[in-house]
Design a protein around this ligand. Structure first.
Ligand code: HEM
Length: 357
């Protein structure tokens, strides 16, 4: 597996380069060859839009895109606000609390659960299985992935789904076999549940951490207009998604003067693209007075993140509510918080803070 670290401009070109394929069969075949304990990898490399080139990519993306347009996300705003408020209401004050477990994870999990139609009582189990699957621990990952696949199969064939939910609409497309096969349906479920909460949870934790560590919490509490700039600067400077997902070369490709052979699995480094000195002055500095849209944290080209508007709305909502209610919040200690890593993400395992009014 090759990690490609180049500037922002070349990062974008590579993300849109057809010679770096996302074909799920090719990816799974090559990953199996490379891993000592490969399992069947269906959860991570199933035939979802993220693991497809055209024409399948366009067909699958079209089935989900309506639920995540800017207008659809604006309609979700009151519910996102309410779900956040219910969780914030329960947070203890003036004592240590882990913001990852108490807020950053459950908020986006409940929102995506509602959009998709995952029953409320099942969401904690889903979270546990996803965490285990993503840990890449060879003994635990595969059983967790199998259990998740089984769960989605039962949910999506149960006829108990609300027709207005996205899963309800996708099941109808599955019934109309030309539009979605059963394997594609299960792969879509994996992708939307995992991508729809794990990433945003990481962003929420990072932005709270960055605002506190850069001495910007009090400033933002008295000027909530700074919230979008904080979120954007964290996306650029300290993104939860470090690498774009696996791609495989369909032929030898020259990248920045290096010839990468055919059939190489490539991870494109998004974190370093955000710190490209050609795109940003003082790229290594965290500064909210800059124009920060020049990053590739949501990807680029055909696989550009479907949920970017939702992720921004969720993160801004959490930050606004915390700043308004707890303007004197501090970190609970000076230790760097623990981080969980896999090929794609690096997210805070916990973020101990003391919330103060
Ligand atoms: C901070 C939060 C998020 C970040 C940083 C993020 C990042 C990304 C990135 C980098 C990609 C492209 C990967 C690649 O090209 O290899 C992507 C794709 C995707 N994201 Fe997100 N994401 C976030 C939140 C969400 C949310 C909330 C959803 C909810 C639906 C979502 C759904 C997707 C989907 C479905 C794709 C695949 C799109 C395609 O293949 O056409 N993401 N995301």
């Amino acid at each position: 597996m090759l990690v490609v670290t180049v500037g922002l401009e070349l990062t974008r070109k590579l993300l849109a380069d057809k010679r770096l394929s996302k074909d799920s069969d090719a990816l799974r075949r090559e990953m199996k060859r490379q891993l000592t304990e490969p399992g069947d990898l269906a959860g991570l490399f199933g035939p979802s839009m993220l693991n497809s080139d055209n024409p399948r990519h366009a067909r699958l993306r079209a089935l989900a895109v309506k639920a995540f347009t800017n207008q659809a996300v604006q309609r979700l705003a009151p519910r996102v606000d309410q779900i956040t408020a219910e969780l914030v209401e329960r947070l203890p004050e003036n004592e240590e609390v882990d913001l990852v477990g108490a807020l950053a994870v459950p908020m986006p999990l409940h929102v995506i659960g509602e959009v998709l139609g995952v029953p409320g009582e099942d969401r904690a189990l889903l979270r546990t299985l996803i965490e285990t699957m993503m840990s890449m621990n060879p003994e635990q990952s595969q059983p967790a992935s199998d259990a998740l696949g089984g769960y989605f199969h039962t949910l999506l064939t149960s006829n108990a789904l609300d027709g207005s939910s996205l899963f309800g609409a996708l099941v109808a497309a599955d019934d109309d076999g030309d539009r979605l096969t059963h394997d594609e349906l299960i792969a879509m479920a994996f992708l939307l549940v995992v991508a729809g909460h794990e990433t945003t949870a990481g962003l929420i934790a990072n932005v709270v951490h960055d605002a506190l560590d850069n001495g910007l919490w009090r400033k933002a509490a008295s000027d909530p207009g700074l919230v979008p700039a904080l979120v954007e600067e964290t996306l650029r400077h300290n993104p939860p998604v470090r690498h774009a997902t696996h791609r495989i070369t369909t032929e030898a490709v020259e990248i920045d003067g290096v010839l990468v052979p055919e059939n190489t699995i490539v991870l494109i480094n998004l974190g370093s693209a955000g710190r490209c000195p050609l795109a940003h002055e003082d790229a290594a500095e965290y500064r909210i007075d800059r124009e920060t849209t020049g990053h590739a944290t949501f990807g680029y080209g055909p696989h550009f993140c479907l949920g970017s508007a939702l992720a921004r709305l969720e993160t801004e909502t959490v930050l606004r509510q915390l700043l308004t209610r707890f303007p004197h919040t501090t970190r609970a200690n000076d230790e760097p918080p623990p981080v969980t890593r896999n090929d794609i993400m690096a997210s805070l395992k916990s973020l101990p803070v003391v919330l103060r009014r």
